[in-house]
Every structure is written in structure tokens, then in C-alpha cells.
Design a protein around this ligand. Sequence first.
Ligand code: FAD
Length: 274
Amino acid sequence: MTIELSIEFFPPQTAEGIDKLAATRKKLAELRPAFFSVTYGAGGSTRERTFAIVKDIAAEGLSAAPHLSCVGSTRAGIREILNEYRAEGIRRIVALRGDLPSGMADPGELRYANELVEFIRAETGDWFDIEVAAYPEWHPQARSPRDDLINFKRKVDAGANSAITQYFYNADAYFHFVDDIRALGVEIPIVPGIMPIASFSKLARFSDACGADIPRWMRRKFESYGDDADSIRAFGLDVVTELCQRLLAGGAPGLHFYCMNQAALTTEICRRLA
Ligand code: FAD
């Protein structure tokens, strides 16, 4: 089975991390992903590091998609970044609002991701394929699910080509989201974001912060393993592989892996799916 894959990295902070990521990328390139995306620290904190990794990926002949968030930024600053990517021949971008870093008071000139998408289209026409974020379990700040759907549609109306979801472990949340958004006339692909599970305690902390639900039956089972890393890994691989199987069988157009700069779990899940 050929699965349309994309894989996300974050820009490492150290030279050692950059070397490790190059090795990870080499392994993951064997899965032939459509693109590798690279996150961006809201407020521009990783601007140079994101750019450097994107250039490395492109230099290896692979397709790179930088993330770009607008919070805390000016139009002129974003224009500069878009021009840098254009000059490098980058054709895909993941457009986000981001979250204002603590200590930063100025929200910037573009308030929401739909305004960023509109700005990218106004500045660069059809140069970029624009990916946006989607939230099958709803964005934590959304006033209501209906509001979140309408706000998601604004990004599509502004010119987004495709969406990647926040990670989730409940396939029904994804299927309901897709049904709801199709009922509003939105046709773009909604690619599920998949988070392989390496450590349960880290995942639990992270999920609380970003509003992703870990179902009780999974949480209880992970908790019962305590520090037994092998059991956590084995159970995590089983549940995430089953999730991917259900998503693909139910019509998901591809999978986007939050690989956390590690190759092993993503590779193993894809091996099981093949
Ligand atoms: P938006 O789509 O702007 O939505 C944010 C909130 O505002 C939602 O509650 C929405 O309902 C509401 N809203 C949207 N538009 C309007 C409007 N016009 N009027 C009123 N309300 C509105 N963060 C990073 O910092 N760097 C990254 O690289 C990064 N990559 C990500 C990749 C993916 C695939 C995903 C799913 C998330 C990523 N994030 C990243 C996290 C993201 O920045 C946060 O979730 C952020 O809180 C929302 O960004 P957004 O683009 O979804 O915002």
C-alpha cells in the first residue's frame, strides 16, 4: 500500500542535534515522504534555525515545508521570510497563528492564521502550496466547535490548499470533523497528524497543554506500566498503528507524523502499515 506521508521536525538547538537530525532524516527519507516540514518558534525565536534546516533538506533534493507563524510579527517581517523561502525555491509552507510566547506583549499585525494565509496569497500569488492547522478535538481557545469550524473555513476561503490536524487518539473525532467541514462545503484534504508514543509522561504533559485527549482506557493502561519503557513502547506502537489503519481505511488522504526528530517509531509504524 502506498501511503502519502509527510514528517515534521523541530529545529535542534545544538550542533550535535543538527547532526542527529541529518541521520534521522536519512532514515526517514527511505519512507519517501511527500515533504518534511520544520516547525517555527512563535514570535520568530527559531527563524534562523528553521531556515537552516529547510535549506539542508532542500539541498538533499527532498521537499521541505517551513512552518511560519504570524503572532508577534509584522507584515514586513513576514514578507522578508517569504522572500527568503521563494529565493530558495521552497514551494510549500505551513501557515499558523502560533501562540504568543510568555513575556511578549505585542500580538503583531496579523491576528489569526486566516489573515496570514490571505497575506501570503496577496504577496506571492500561487507560488506556495499552503497547509493550515485543523483541530478534530477543537482548538483550546475556540468559543465553540461551530466557531472553530467557521474559523477553519476562513483559512480555506483565504487560499489554503490542505490541512494537517493536531494529533489525536480517537479516530471518530477526525471522521466527525471531516464530515462537519465537508457539510460547510470545504473540499481540501485534511491530513491526520500522528504522534507516535515514546514516553507516556511527556505525552500526557504535552497533551494537556495543547488540548489533545488521551482516552481513559489508554491512559490507565500506560499508567499501569510505570517505568517499563518496553511495554509503553509496545503498547504505543500497537495503538498508533491501529489508529492509522482506521484512519486510512476510513478515507484519510495521508498521514503526517510528528516524529519528534526520531526515526524509529515512525519507521516501525509505517512498516506495519505497508
Ligand atoms: P488559528 O487558525 O488562527 O486559530 C486560533 C484560534 O482562534 C482558534 O480557537 C480559532 O477558532 C480562533 N480563530 C481563528 N480565526 C479567527 C478569526 N478570524 N476570528 C476569531 N477567532 C478566530 N505552533 C508554533 O508555534 N510553531 C509551529 O511550527 C507550529 N506548527 C503546528 C503544526 C500543526 C499541524 C498544528 C496543528 C499546530 C502547530 N502549532 C505550531 C500550534 C499552533 O500555532 C497553535 O495551536 C495555535 O494556538 C493556533 O494556531 P492556528 O494556526 O491553528 O490558529
